[in-house]
Structure formats: C-alpha cells, structure tokens
Design a protein around this ligand. Sequence first.
Ligand code: ADP
Length: 187
Amino acid sequence: MSKVVIFLGPPGAGKGTQAKRLALEAVLVQISTGEMLRDHIARGTALGQQVKPVLDSGGLVSDAIVIAMIREKLSNMDDVRVIFDGFPRTVAQAEALDMLLEELSSPISSVPLLEVPEDELVSRLLERGRLEGRSDDNADTIRNRFKQYLEKTQPLIDYYATRGHVHPIDGMGTPEEVYTRLKAVAA
Ligand code: ADP
C-alpha cells in the first residue's frame, strides 16, 4: 500500500530528526532534498559544485534541479512509501509532485506541519552550527533561509489546506513528545 507524507515546517523545526524516526517505524523512505544536495556537495559532483554557493547563501536551488532529483528517486520505487522532508519548498515543486504522484497512483496521505516560534528556531540552528559545523547554520544564512521560507514555502500551507491534508503539530517539547504528536497524525 502506498503512503505519502509531506512534512512541512520552517528551517530548524526538527523535521529531519522526526522524519527519520517515523520512516523507521512506519517503513517509509525518507526523502530529504537538503541531504541529497549536501551529499552531492560532499562527493564533489558537478551538481554539487553548482549548488554549493546556493546552499551557502541560504537561497533555494532551482525547481528544475530539485524536481529532477525527486522524479528519479520515485521512478526507482515499486511501492511508493515515502516521507518528504524539505520538499516541496515552492508552489511549482508542489504542482510537479502532484503530477508525479498522480502518475504513480499514490495519493498524499498526510501533511504534518511542525510549528516552532522563530526565536527558538534561530537558537536551535545556531546551536546546531556550533555542534555540527553545517556551513549554512550561521546568522546571515539563517536570516536568508527564513526569508525564503516565508516568501516561497509558507504559501504551501494554504496550497495543501485547500486539498484538506494539513495537520499542525506543536514542535516545542522533547523530541519524544513531538514524535508522539507526529505519530498521531501521520503513522
Ligand atoms: P533546513 O530546512 O534546515 O534549512 P534542508 O536540509 O532542508 O535544511 O535544506 C538546506 C538547503 O538546501 C536549503 O537552504 C536550500 O538551499 C537547499 N534545498 C533543500 N531542499 C530544497 C528544495 N526542495 N528546493 C530548493 N532548495 C532546496
């Protein structure tokens, strides 16, 4: 049986951590475009070299690049059981995803939206930058990532709300507490 979870929420909300756990427990493939792009950068591929300055500035990689990555990933799956984390990030990406899912006869199951206040997001991202050294977790880049989120990704909340799938989840509290809330709407 197919299952498609689209995990929305701002940078630093904790989508990656939570998606990883849900993927394990609900037997889903976690598809994180951010991780796929960082992997290209780490391997020094042509694509990685092209997108590195974009990630370092906190901008968005072009829709064409990201949609091609997703198309390729989905085309290799027999049974579409996925949780998208960090994709889609623009209305164009959401429309492309709708078409792909239609072709695969795999409807959207749930759209959890992880909500965390902005001052908490900034301190989580700065802390992660300190601990993990992710090059885009610095004050200037964080500011741009929020700007991109507000302008380009936040409209997706309405996009999916009109399709009747969005489940807001409180992202404050321990990872365990947040996971319990996620599971209730997406497992
Ligand atoms: P976060 O949500 O914490 O910012 P991600 O790993 O999701 O982290 O994304 C890191 C960066 O990768 C983004 O700032 C952006 O430059 C790029 N990126 C990831 N996913 C997409 C996407 N779907 N469309 C465009 N750019 C993306």
